[in-house]
Ligand binder design. Structure first.
Ligand code: HEC
Ligand code: HEC
Length: 405
């Protein structure tokens, strides 16, 4: 009896549209304004990249294949226990899933679409993908294999030497290759240039491989394609919550920094990610990054680069860049928790909380971006915004088992 009367009520409301609104049924999603539509069209598609002019091996198949094998090779670390993939695990969306790696202070970023970046690392300490790839190899907290030890290791392992020579040509015997008693300092003066060049070559092959880690096919891309071509079926199959979340994204000005088809402006901002205990941030971020980059022997306008990149002319380490960090891409972002440069925000819900309220009263950064204002989102806005971020996930990753929540 109860059941029957409920069915009748539902039928009654569904034939009377006015009444169904009064019952709190969701209103239709508002159409996008012309301005909003223009922004949405600017967020997709993510076209394939051009060759990197600073890396003569960009797009080279031999280098890509050598780079791929190196990326997963533990012999690239001093202890032979750690590969690039130990921290950038493809099954964890190219991260380690940790707040920060052991002994480190920055969160391991995903490597999806890394080729599109303008600067590398959270602080922009490198300006090309190959210069970035030299850093973990020599960094004592990452692989810790300096260029001399790297040279010896490649020379002394037949398969590595063959791989190297296929791409980079003959490797002549390093003076210290066979005698472990000779230290790097004593043996390599005349070889110094060689060892540095070998490090750069290895990094350029790694970079050629990293350039292929591209993800550009999400539900959102299908939606935008539908919008562009007038395919209403494609537009309508985009989930309603994501569609509402897209409007929250635009209204909240997220797109001012997470702009363009890779959802990043490629630049640096301070959005108020403070240490949990409320103290002021101690990581100088971009301020330090500019100094590191300016002093780097591997700058894109230096002797190891195949072509000078003019962007370096415009950098300046003024006080305003203190504690700024690079805007991360939002593609596949739900797969790469925890978040932010210090990995301090555990879940995507907490990120939305950060934007919604944490910046209002607790926030004491000096250089906080004026675009970051407490949004005071409703719980429906929050869940829609998350549905939108989820729609930036590439379903192919899920099929390949690269999906983690
Ligand atoms: C111990 C863990 C660890 C290892 C091993 C490691 N990385 Fe990383 N990687 C990181 C962290 C942490 C960062 C961020 C560094 C920073 O911002 O200061 C990073 C940053 C990067 C970036 C920059 C991404 C971006 O968007 O700016 C690239 C590219 C990269 N690593 C490639 C590699 C390669 C290639 C190797 C192997 C040669 C490697 N990594 C080894 C942890 C690691
Ligand atoms: C002023 C520029 C700016 C605006 C506006 C902005 N972001 Fe960000 N976003 C950043 C920067 C910079 C970071 C990294 C900050 C850090 O690590 O300290 C970031 C980090 C994130 C992350 C974490 C990603 C990761 O891999 O760690 C997410 C998710 C995110 N933003 C979503 C949003 C959403 C949603 C909005 C709108 C409500 C928004 N952002 C508005 C610049 C911005």
């Amino acid at each position: 009896m109860m059941r029957n009367s409920r069915i009748i009520i539902i039928i009654a409301f569904s034939v009377l549209p006015g009444l169904s609104h009064a019952q709190g049924h969701a209103a239709a999603v508002e159409p996008l304004s012309d301005d909003e539509q223009a922004i949405v069209l600017s967020l997709s598609p993510l076209n394939l990249p051009r060759k990197d002019p600073t890396n003569e091996l960009s797009g080279n198949e031999l280098a890509i294949s050598f780079g791929r094998s190196l990326f997963f090779d533990k012999r690239l670390s001093v202890s032979s226990t750690r590969a690039c993939a130990s921290c950038h695990d493809p099954n964890l969306s190219w991260t380690d899933g940790k707040a920060v790696p052991e002994g480190g202070s920055r969160n391991t970023p995903s490597l999806w679409n890394v080729v599109y970046n303008r600067w590398y690392s959270w602080d922009g300490g490198a300006d090309t993908l190959w210069a970035q790839a030299t850093r973990p190899i020599e960094n004592a907290k990452e692989m810790g294999l300096d260029r001399f030890a790297l040279t010896k290791r490649i020379y002394n392992n037949d398969d590595l030497r063959r791989g190297y020579e296929t791409v980079h040509g003959k490797l002549r015997e390093p003076v210290c290759a066979s005698d472990p008693a000779i230290t790097n300092e004593t043996c390599l003066d005349p070889e110094r240039a060689d060892a540095t060049k070998i490090l750069v070559n290895v990094a350029k092959s790694l970079a050629a491989y990293l350039e292929t880690i591209i993800s550009n096919s999400s539900a959102f891309d299908k939606f935008v394609e539908g919008l562009r071509t007038g395919n209403t079926g494609a537009v309508q199959s985009y989930p309603e919550a994501a569609s509402r979340g897209l409007r929250v994204f635009l209204r909240s000005n997220c797109h001012l920094c997470h702009s363009g088809p890779n959802f990043t402006d490629g630049e640096f901002h301070d959005i108020g990610v403070s240490p949990k205990d409320g103290t002021l941030p101690t990581d100088p971020g971009r301020f330090e990054g500019i100094h590191v980059l300016t002093e780097s022997e591997f700058r894109s306008d230096g002797g190891y680069s195949a072509a000078a990149d003019p962007k370096l002319r415009f950098i300046r380490a003024g006080p305003d860049v203190w504690a700024q960090f690079k805007t991360p891409s939002l593609r596949n972002v739900v797969l790469s928790a925890p978040y932010m440069h210090n990995g301090q925000i555990a879940t995507i819900d907490d990120v939305i909380d950060h934007y919604s309220n944490a910046t209002s009263s607790t926030y004491r950064h000096v250089h906080l971006e004026s675009t970051v204002k407490p949004l005071h989102l409703t719980s429906i806005d929050r869940s829609n915004l998350i549905a939108f971020l989820e729609s930036l996930t590439d379903p192919v990753l899920i099929q390949n088992g690269n999906f983690r929540r």
